[in-house]
Design a protein around this ligand. Sequence first.
Ligand SMILES: Cc1cc2nc3c(=O)[nH]c(=O)nc-3n(C[C@H](O)[C@H](O)[C@H](O)COP(=O)(O)O)c2cc1C
Ligand code: SF4
Length: 480
Amino acid sequence: MPKYYKYKTPDDLVADAERLGLQVFVTDDFSSLFTPISIGPHRAGNRLAIQPMEGCDGTLDGHPDELTYRRYRRFGAGGAKLIWGEATAVADEGRMNPRQLWINEKTAGSLERMLAQCRQAHRETFGHDDDLVVGLQLTHSGRFSYRKPMLAMHDPLLDPLTRDKSTGRPIDPSFPLVTDDELKQIADQFLAAAKLAWKIGCDFVDIKQCHRYLLSELLAAKNRPGPYGGSLENRTRLVRDIIERIRDEVPELTIATRINAYDGIPYRGEGEEFVGRPVPHERPLVTAFGTNPENHLEEDLTEPLQLVRWLKDWGVQLINVSMGNPYANPHVVRPAEYAPVDGYNAPEHPLIGVARHFRIARQIQRAVPEIPVVGSGYSWLQDFAMHAAAANVARGDVAIVGIGRGALAHPDFAKTLQETGRLRRTSVCRTFSYCTNLMRSKDHPLGQYPTGCPPFDKEVYGPIWKEVLEKRKQAENATR
Ligand SMILES: Cc1cc2nc3c(=O)[nH]c(=O)nc-3n(C[C@H](O)[C@H](O)[C@H](O)COP(=O)(O)O)c2cc1C
Ligand code: SF4
């Protein structure tokens, strides 16, 4: 029985928002969503995007595999006109798991096939693909690299939650930071990746600065000494270098970035109910970007707003706004009805999280009206996500609406909405968090289970989920 999502109509949703002191707008006029928009030199035929959604289903050497190709064919046929390809590592040591995509000379050909199949599926369904915009998210996982954490700074709140893989113990203050020279090499890797991305047909690359992976952590690295820490100018030096070098060397490639506009702080489950509580912390907070140093629950957008104005000046043409940390405060990244296996029960009504996404994206969009901003965090709104999406676009609060989990469950949400005026009820994501649970399941011969939507993409992911559950049961029995 859902605890929070009990809405029968969009008006119920608005009434609940009002009860919670929040502003959420809805409309059943979806026409704003089907208005084309320019993204740099490209034209997207509608305002619906598929967010970057890692499938953790590549090969060990970074190629897409069968399920990866399948996902992009489904996304291509689904009708969203902006497809934001998933996190793709720029270096092996920067991968988040052993099956994460990795762009290099050897994998370029198969990644090109993946993008081509996405476009082909779109053409087969809609007759043309000249208004489809497809790109890739380029990433370095930094602290969350699966082999060895690579820290941009010491974070008093995150270090105790980060394991040094060689000792199995939490990071301590003696753990070395990534050096300035290593950061310069990482900039070279982003540039090389962007050149390949252009060669294989990406319309854009996203220089990923969200979810506390390397470039996101750098945004918060006030306590890092040297040219990449301290002032905001220093903390954005690396991303600026990367963007300027891509602009100089691959001028036709559109540069996008997904940013964390609010980090918040880590949470842990506590008590019998295992409800999330913020970890003990001292004030002022010094390592949380976009966050009020005196109150972690509040955003302070002074720096994020400066960041996006600079990004515009440096040549970025598309911005995707996200927030939080999928490992330390998943309720911020993905408001959900049901907790993921590595998470905790919701510390706040999920609508508070959704409204935080909307409020922050709106302020970012207002700061850079020349650049289309993609908003996140819609999936918990379930049957009425498109009602809020249409209202937000019509109001100019965001140019484009990105759907994450909702697109794993219902990859053809855009086509269905356009053809029938509603989502297919039997495919709407209910934020059960099975997809995150699969992502966190490592007991697989390749060290990582693939992820997708077991309840609504049953044929493929149902048996995979069953296998994970059986293994968990066996492991539990073995420890009894
Ligand atoms: C299985 C899974 C994979 C994800 N992969 C990525 C990713 O590769 N890059 C990224 O920036 N966000 C990733 N996210 C976050 C989503 O893009 C999105 O921001 C989040 O799910 C909230 O949006 P939603 O409410 O529409 O799901 C992932 C989320 C899930 C559940
Ligand atoms: S498993 Fe499916 S229904 Fe559950 S959160 Fe993920 S996409 Fe949504």
